[in-house]
Design a protein around this ligand. Sequence first.
Ligand SMILES: NC(=O)c1ccc[n+]([C@@H]2O[C@H](COP(=O)([O-])OP(=O)(O)OC[C@H]3O[C@@H](n4cnc5c(N)ncnc54)[C@H](O)[C@@H]3O)[C@@H](O)[C@H]2O)c1
Length: 255
Amino acid sequence: MQVKESTFLITGAASGLGAATAERLVAAGAKVVLCDVSDSISRHAAQLGERAKACMADITSSEQMQLAFDVAAKLSEEKGVAGVIHCAGVISVAKLVDREGNPADLDAYAKTININLVGTFNVMRLAAATMAKNTPNKDGERGVIINTASIAAFDGQVGQCAYSASKAGVVGMSLPAARELSRHAIRVMAIAPGVFETPMMGDIPDEAAQALAASVPFPKRLGKAEEFAQLAEHIIVNSMLNGEVIRLDGGIRMQ
Ligand SMILES: NC(=O)c1ccc[n+]([C@@H]2O[C@H](COP(=O)([O-])OP(=O)(O)OC[C@H]3O[C@@H](n4cnc5c(N)ncnc54)[C@H](O)[C@@H]3O)[C@@H](O)[C@H]2O)c1
């Protein structure tokens, strides 16, 4: 799968990992649709020039995401959408029982699951239906879906029941989705980032960030969004990567 002149849809593209991926793919000659619930998405797309289009959409909405894929299909000028890099997501922290003995808020739990897991399924199903119509490229490939899990899917910490479960669900869908979509020549991969320096991590106090960086075996620092983008680009071009989740974490194992 080549990046140059191909069209990709990127969710969560107004910030962090998604924004860096959009930037990298445009620099490599791709056309991109930047999709996000944030209205700053238009500004981000404008900064990337005419090969980037913005689409304000909520990943949990069937209609809004279908519209985003329609925008991407149009941008591709009949070539079809080659891939989706799905980065949109939210973090949440809540203990099952708080200090006063109150049970966790059930709606807050469901909200995290809805955005991170149901939203991912929504993006995947619409991406698959869109890309299944593509004419296969010279290697017989129709498209690639790259989801974003987290190392919390494997090493969830206290307070991460909702976040870990949502990301474990993303991990769990990778293989069955890849198996199913193989007959359409569409690959499905997921990246499980460790701790990355993005606005999502912005609220962590300096001390905590330094402690996290120190707990990474090597390199002893937080990940950079560009490093996520670099891996996303590699997954696009390397057709043997399929049905797998890649940890991108400097070897950290959360306690
Ligand atoms: N930063 C990290 O350390 C880290 C680690 C592991 C996994 N992740 C995952 O990587 C992904 C990207 O995280 P990030 O660090 O770039 O975060 P971020 O907060 O910088 O960016 C996330 C983007 O997703 C958008 N978004 C949230 N809900 C949405 C919705 N319903 N519809 C559309 N867009 C929505 C936000 O507006 C935001 O622009 C997330 O799925 C996150 O869980 C991040």
